[in-house]
Design a protein around this ligand. Structure first.
Ligand code: SF4
Length: 307
């Protein structure tokens, strides 16, 4: 992992520069999250508290699945996790200073992240101090995006501090496809995901359902996805095309990446089922945002409960 430029914190934490950091610093091209939500790509820290721990083996996952078992020790404390991730992020960013294409203002800002994407790899709800970690980020004035596979509803229900935005990945319209594509390693994973979807409307944060779409696998079934989305009543829905990167290349083919047109067509059918609209899209990321027109999408100044 270190060879792939991950930096490991404790036994289970990790941070890695996102592809969009370079794009923003060198070419001024932001990630779709900057366009959708006002996240400054160069100030976003992509990390995980559980890099080697997941209870799924999704075929589309970019992480290496050879690491087995669940760590029972070596979890970094929240303070250590945040502090060391920030330190490592600053070191990883430092290499851009010598590049004349990198504006010094952006470089300075990039060394002090103000957004934490808890999503790099692994399942973050399996980290036992997740609420405390989010609270710590909040106290430091940072926003947080948490991405979960929805397999541990109890953790979400009891989270002591909610993220700014909570993503739940729903990558299959039914249990059969879910079992084949997400390959859960625990029993009742689908039932737990359904429980998470039922829980979502009661959570006091902005919720997003992420549909990761893999051509030849889970594209289509808009009516079935709509039923699941109706259950979760998310503020937003983000259908996003699978990307042929990392270890997923050993399980998928480049042809499993849907075109933006396919993602858009899926999104427009889904939006129609739900009487919602496509409110944003970004072709190069093959991502579409579904919600209510006029929704305020920024994450600063508590714009997050406006839909
Ligand atoms: S839930 Fe996430 S980390 Fe776990 S296998 Fe699936 S994509 Fe990978």
């Amino acid at each position: 992992m270190e060879w792939q430029q991950y930096r490991i914190v404790g036994n289970t934490g990790a941070v890695k520069l996102c592809h969009w950091m370079r794009q923003k610093l060198i070419y001024g091209r932001p990630c779709y999250k900057e366009e959708f939500y006002g996240i400054e790509s160069h100030r976003c820290m992509q990390m995980t508290p559980s890099v080697n721990i997941c209870n799924f083996r999704c075929l589309f996952c970019w992480r290496y699945h050879g690491m087995t078992g669940f760590e029972k020790s070596g979890y970094p404390e929240p303070e250590q996790l945040l502090e060391e991730c920030m330190k490592e992020q600053a070191l990883l960013v430092s290499g851009f200073k010598g590049d004349p294409r990198c504006a010094s203002r952006l470089w300075d800002e990039a060394r002090i992240p103000n957004q934490v994407a808890i999503s790099l790899s692994g399942e973050p709800t399996l980290y036992p101090m997740l609420g405390e970690f989010i609270e710590l980020c909040k106290r430091k004035g940072m926003t947080t995006f948490l991405v979960t596979n929805g397999s541990v509803p109890k953790v979400l229900a009891e989270l002591s501090s909610m993220p700014t935005q909570l993503y739940v990945t729903v990558a299959a319209p039914n249990k059969d496809l879910f079992d084949r594509l997400c390959v859960p390693q625990t029993t009742r994973a689908w039932e737990n995901l359904m429980e998470t979807l039922e829980l979502l409307p009661s959570l006091s944060t902005r919720t997003v359902i992420r549909h990761t779409l893999v051509d030849g696998w889970n594209l289509g079934w808009e009516k079935e996805y709509a039923r699941l989305d109706e259950m979760a009543k998310p503020f937003l829905i983000e259908p996003k095309g699978y990307v042929f990167v990392g270890d997923s290349r050993t399980r998928m083919n480049a042809s499993n990446m849907p075109s933006h047109a396919c993602v858009r067509e899926f999104s427009s059918r889904l939006a129609e089922e739900l009487s919602l609209e496509i409110i944003k899209e970004r072709e190069d990321s093959r991502v579409v945002l579904i919600g209510r027109k006029g929704s305020r999408l920024g994450v600063r100044a508590r714009e997050i409960t406006s839909t």
